[in-house]
Write a protein that binds this ligand. Structure first.
Ligand SMILES: *Cc1c(COP(=O)(O)O)cnc(C)c1O
Length: 396
């Protein structure tokens, strides 16, 4: 049995993780051009227009709308699809608050559907079980760079006449059976906050193919002003100001060029990790649906504590001692446990049992585009060593 680092043995991770600079000359050039326009307003400048054109082109979508954040993008999507007071919107219990905020601002009711135990994305059958006559939309979260089972979800949604918003905030260049996540539902939403694959500080993008949806979304992100001709201040319904400014778009334009490298490197790291650990008893790797491609915003594996004879705390402490970066799962409780949902009858302990289990037995491993081949090899080595130690200890 190899001596664990936590017991004084050699660490599996022998060098610091690879790192690098996210921003450079490319962003500076774009920013300078934006400033030289002598306007930073999206309607008079060119950077937001270029960004939305390029993003639509990258995704093969007809239209793209910019917004001030990923949260704003999802709110705009809900507004554009006419979601309002009393409507029910089904979404994931393991996600960022940004998936939910727009639902609440539209006075709609979030309803949480349980997850697939290994992709950690919403399960179509669980979604269908939550559909009522009030259900108007589904916000499908593609968690951590990895696609939900969109064929099954679209089949349910179409059968019930429900709109589908894809929350791709964590999932740039993420593929589902050869198709890009974000292009399968009615609207795809993206985030440019500083923690995502690409950053413009903050910002959001929406893609769609329907012209009416595009126009409604465009107006909804800009006070419902009508910039398509005719009367501009023709305001029938409430909409916020979620405009993106030219500086944000300038940085995002430069970042967009780096997106294929970023997602490619993350995909290679995550897939190599799965290859290296998938035979281990007691470890469930982060599952990618056949024909899909994850851009791994992070890597989430699950422990079978019974098979390993260890609890998550002891496992994580041993892995950390090996020099392998890891933490207890993604979020510490399902979203529906937040105090704000106390009066929502759909929100109670046990509402989504699979999600609750994932939250307590998953281990999160960070992924970054600057990680090296040695990094992935040593992470695998660390996981194998620690796992084998606990398996052997259990067998004794
Ligand atoms: C980050 C994130 C959002 C919100 O994006 P912001 O730009 O931070 O507003 C929404 N949904 C998910 C799944 C996210 O990870």
């Amino acid at each position: 049995m190899e001596k664990l680092a936590i017991h004084g043995g050699e660490k599996a991770k022998t060098v610091p993780y690879g790192s690098g600079k996210r921003f450079g000359q490319e962003e500076l050039v774009q920013l300078q051009e934006a400033l030289e326009q002598n306007t930073l307003f999206y309607w008079t400048g060119n950077k937001v227009k270029m960004l939305t054109n390029k993003f639509a082109e990258l995704y093969g979508a007809k239209y793209c709308v910019a917004a001030s954040s990923g949260t704003a993008a999802i709110h705009v999507a809900l507004g554009a699809l006419g979601i309002g007071e009393g409507d029910e919107v089904i979404t994931s219990p393991i996600t960022d608050m940004g998936s939910i905020i727009g639902i609440l601002y539209q006075k709609a009711i979030p309803v949480f559907a349980d997850l697939d135990p290994h992709t950690y994305n919403m399960d179509a059958k669980a979604i269908e079980a939550k559909i009522t006559e009030k259900t108007k939309a589904i916000v499908v979260v593609h968690l951590a760079g990895n696609a939900a089972d969109m064929d099954a979800i679209m089949e349910v949604a179409n059968r019930h006449g429900i709109k589908v918003i894809e929350d791709c905030a964590q999932s740039y260049l993420c593929y589902y059976k050869g198709r890009l996540a974000g292009t399968i539902g009615h609207i795809g939403c993206f985030s440019l906050n500083d923690f995502k694959h690409i950053s413009a500080g903050d910002g959001g993008l929406l893609i769609m193919n329907d012209e009416e949806t595009y126009k409604t979304a465009f107006r909804f992100a800009d006070k419902n002003y009508n910039r398509f001709g005719g009367k501009m201040r023709e305001i029938k319904t409430l909409a916020p100001n979620y405009r993106m400014n030219e500086l944000t778009a300038a940085v995002a334009l430069a970042q967009l060029e780096k997106l294929p490298m970023i997602c490619g490197n993350r995909n290679a790291f995550g897939d190599a990790l799965t290859e290296g650990i998938k035979d281990l008893p007691g470890i469930h790797p982060h599952k990618v649906i056949e024909g899909g491609k994850s851009s791994y915003w992070f890597y989430l594996m699950r422990l079978d504590e019974e098979v390993l004879g260890v609890d998550r705390k002891e496992y994580v402490e041993a892995l950390l001692a090996e020099g392998v970066a890891c933490s207890f799962g993604y979020i510490p409780e399902p979203v529906y446990d937040y105090e704000i949902f106390r009066d929502n009858p759909n929100c109670y302990p046990g509402a989504c049992p699979v999600a609750e289990k994932v939250i307590v037995d998953s281990v999160k491993l960070p992924v970054n585009e600057f990680y090296t081949k040695q990094d992935v090899e040593e992470v695998i080595k660390g996981i194998r060593k620690v796992t084998q130690y606990f398996l052997d200890r259990k067998a004794k």
